[in-house]
Write a protein that binds this ligand. Sequence first.
Ligand code: NAP
Length: 295
Amino acid sequence: MRPYNLRVAAVLLEGKRIAERITRDVRARAERLRRERGTVPHLVMVRVAGSDASGVYSARLEATCESAGIRFSERRIPPASGERGIVELLEVLGRDAAVHGILVEMPLPPEVDLARVRAKIDPAKDVERINPMNQGLVVYGAVELAPCTAMAAMEILLDSKVPLAGKEAVVVGASGIVGKPVALMLLGHYATTTVCHKETRDLDFHTRRADILVAAVGKAGLITREMVKPGAVVVDIGVNRVAGPDGKSRLVGDVDFDAVREVAGFLTPVPGGVGLVTTAVTLRNAVAAAESAGN
Ligand code: NAP
């Protein structure tokens, strides 16, 4: 590993290799289930027709599932059925022994109460780990129940072999689904962890102290070069659509990538970093749910 104080471009922590490793493991486990129990893990995505969701994630997930030996199907809800329709379908899927994993395409229409929907996903089939019961158990060290994106960020950190114990970790963003669970897992690895949020005064003061900096806000360009300690490990979870120099829209993270790359020791790209690993972790949760289901 490169010494932290050398000022050359950061090593990129790409998600592809890690996602492929996880997916290989998923494929082997799915194959074993098929061979030994005649079970094909089945993941169902609930989609609300007419919502703002693009369907791009669903299509990508379907392709990845197929390559990993997981059956993927979609259940569409007409917009008129609203929250009640979603909740009723989630109850049916929860009882259906032939369904091992459930996820709900986001974003949902604004009139739908997301908290109520999350709570209705059967915790044992909740492959994205967004049911509050799963999220809550992370507090007690059940990291396998951590929300997928938070888990993906940790997979990347652990794969990089960067030591965490005793390091200063700063997480910017405090949502229940990303920032808080990442912070809890860093704490679990004995990093001294600070969580920053929108009321944090002098964000730069905190980020500049960070050996490990995790950005999870959803604000392009939030983390500038001046905010990063030389040699720091920077994990960029943010996903933002911005207009590129050619006028076409493109995806960027929360980190000013080109500038921060010159000062950080390690940096995840967007796209190609946390997002790829998140999908692989979702599949791993689906195969684990099928293994536990016992059918
Ligand atoms: P979220 O629910 O909107 O949470 C954002 C968090 O950042 C909130 O805690 C918010 O505080 C805080 N915040 C807002 N402005 C801030 C500022 N200026 N400084 C510090 N903190 C600030 O979003 P999320 O679901 O956690 O997602 C965060 C980002 O990760 C988004 O860009 C999202 O697209 C991305 N994401 C990526 C993946 C992936 O697979 N790569 C998956 C999920 C999410 P308040 O709550 O007080 O407003």
